[in-house]
Design a binder for this molecule. Structure first.
Ligand code: C2O
Ligand code: CU
Ligand code: CU
Length: 534
């Protein structure tokens, strides 16, 4: 098992390489056969010179018969994954990405609950990958095509044939037609690649975008909307001095996979250190962590307070007042910030020591038309007694003799083993995630939404040696801003995290996995199957 110390040693080696620049790099290179391009020193870049871009809303190509009801028709969208180049900063040359649109992130979908739609997801990428594939990883062996894509709509209640099963990939020149019923509450979902064994590389390349579902409950609340509602899609990238993406490799040329990757640049909607001009009024910020590994801990430099009104699967029951917020990979936070208290000021959004972006509040007079109601959407707590099954599932990290992490698993099971989790459609289960590792793993289940019951600290070594769960403290309820419908939960280190999950919607094969993409690819992902009631 890997310890936090080993992870720290690894990341501090990298950090010292990054900090010492060329000389350190040359030394590092002397130790390894790999040649690493010189990374950018972002502290030399001017901040707040690029306006924050907002991805455009995608329009349908036309209408097609509804596959589930031929009497009606539904909009058809066509989205191409293709190579692009886009400037992440005024003073850098364009960066090569792969994207679902002319810029990265790809275009945003806007739809309403109960309005189905079709998307033709087209793979228009070249046949070679520009990031380092590890052919020892399951699903990415030498005999597999280098470039494969399959799109998953994260947070959607979708039939299994349209959910983007990791093995349902297509090669360049091919496409898949996916059907999204959108029978679910208003929420910020996101679409992204899910190809087996190279998912981390495809997302790092830029294959993702936002997808909003709206409904009447949300509209009746009169929350800030239109230009007062802004998606903030955060993802960090390691940039070279000429502004290109660098994906690190291990020191073993046979297996270049690394267990985590941290960038020197935090991009917001595709820009580094952007600014946004705002009016002195309420804004709704829809934050998504689309990073491979990085968790965000966001706050305003001046400690400005804000409210969180929603989480992964939609609105919380009440707004939660905060001065900082944590967001793990895959998670979303729906925030309302009232800039009227900061007329004429400049607010810097930070992630610990990193500068993320700036809000420039005008001094103009405005008429506030939005509200922040004290009650949002009722979230009925699911009683534990409703669960018909409780599953104990472990999160496992493995290291080799030299301490190099070589693999992570769920329940000590490889991807290829037979399906062991088979919930019955319409039933509710408790999944007990036992995390003896020193890392927080954001665990995501496809298809469903769930509630967090609690987290409880336990003694990891006793569990690993004798399979005994010895608790070191009482169960802790979820934070107020997690007490809604979730689809991704931070399974914190040395904690048992319990979630309660109604399995609704469809029968069929889905996946659950860690949303640290390096973990997911190697092999912290398992299939599960919703089966029909007998
Ligand atoms: Cu966000 Cu299985 O994915
Ligand atoms: Cu998902
Ligand atoms: Cu993980």
């Amino acid at each position: 098992m890997i310890t936090r110390r080993k992870f720290l040693e690894r990341s501090s080696l990298l950090a010292s390489v990054l900090a010492t620049g060329k000389k350190g790099l040359l030394n590092a290179m002397a130790h390894t056969a790999t040649t690493m391009p010189v990374t950018l020193d972002v502290t030399n870049l001017a901040q707040f010179v690029d306006p924050l871009p907002v991805p455009e809303i995608v329009s349908p190509q036309g209408q097609r018969p509804n596959p589930t009801d031929s009497k009606s028709s539904v909009p058809l969208y066509r989205i191409e994954a293709r190579p692009i180049a886009s400037k992440v900063h005024r003073d850098l040359p364009p960066t090569k990405f792969w994207s679902f649109g002319p810029r990265t992130p790809g275009p945003t979908f806007e739809t309403r609950a109960g309005d189905p739609l079709l998307v033709e997801w087209v793979n228009a990428l070249p046949n070679e990958h520009f990031l380092p594939i590890d052919h020892t990883i399951h699903g990415a062996e030498e005999d597999k095509p280098a470039v494969r894509t399959v799109v998953h709509l994260h947070g959607a209640k979708t039939g299994p044939e349209s959910d983007g099963y990791p093995e349902d990939w297509v090669v360049p020149g091919k496409s898949s037609l996916y059907y999204y019923p959108n029978q679910q509450d208003a929420a910020m979902l996101w679409y992204h690649d899910h190809a087996l064994g190279i998912n981390r590389l495809n997302l790092y390349a830029g294959l993702f975008g936002a997808f909003f579902i709206r409904d009447g409950v949300e509209e009746a609340l009169k929350l800030p909307k239109g230009k007062y509602e802004v998606p903030l899609i955060l993802y960090d990238r390691l940039l070279t001095r000429d502004g290109q993406l660098l994906y690190l490799v291990s020191q073993d040329p046979e297996s270049p996979w690394v267990p985590e990757i941290f960038g020197n640049a935090i991009l917001v909607n595709g820009k580094l250190f952007p600014y946004l001009e705002v009016e002195p009024r309420r804004y709704r910020l829809r934050v998504l962590n689309a990073s491979n590994t990085r968790f965000y801990h966001l706050f305003f430099a001046n400690e400005a307070p804000f409210h969180q009104i929603g989480t992964d699967q939609g609105l919380l029951s009440v707004p939660v007042p905060l001065t900082d917020v944590q967001i793990a990979p895959g998670e979303r936070a729906d925030l309302v910030v009232d800039f009227s208290e900061h007329r004429g000021a400049q607010l810097v959004l930070k992630n610990d020591a990193f500068v993320v972006m700036q809000f420039r509040v005008s001094a103009s007079k405005v008429v506030e038309t939005s509200s922040l109601p004290s009650a949002l959407r009722p979230v009925a707590k699911i009683p534990e007694s409703q669960a018909v099954e409780t599953r104990q599932l472990t999160l496992d990290e493995f290291v080799n003799k030299t301490g190099k992490p070589v693999m992570l698993l769920l329940n000590a099971s490889h991807w290829k083993l037979p399906v062991t989790e088979k919930p019955v459609l319409g039933s509710t289960e408790i999944w007990t995630l036992i995390n003896p590792t020193d890392d927080s793993h954001p665990i995501h289940l496809h298809l469903v939404r769930f509630q967090i019951l609690d987290r409880q600290p336990f003694e990891p070594w006793l569990f690993q040696s004798k399979r005994q769960l010895h608790f070191l403290g009482p169960p802790q309820p979820p934070d107020p801003n997690e007490a809604g419908w979730k689809d991704t939960v931070r399974a914190n280190p040395r904690m048992v995290t319990r979630i309660i999950v109604p399995f609704e919607g469809f029968t069929g094969r889905y996946v659950w996995h860690c949303h640290i993409l390096e973990h997911e690819d190697n092999e912290m992902m398992r299939p599960y199957e919703v089966i029909a009631a007998a």
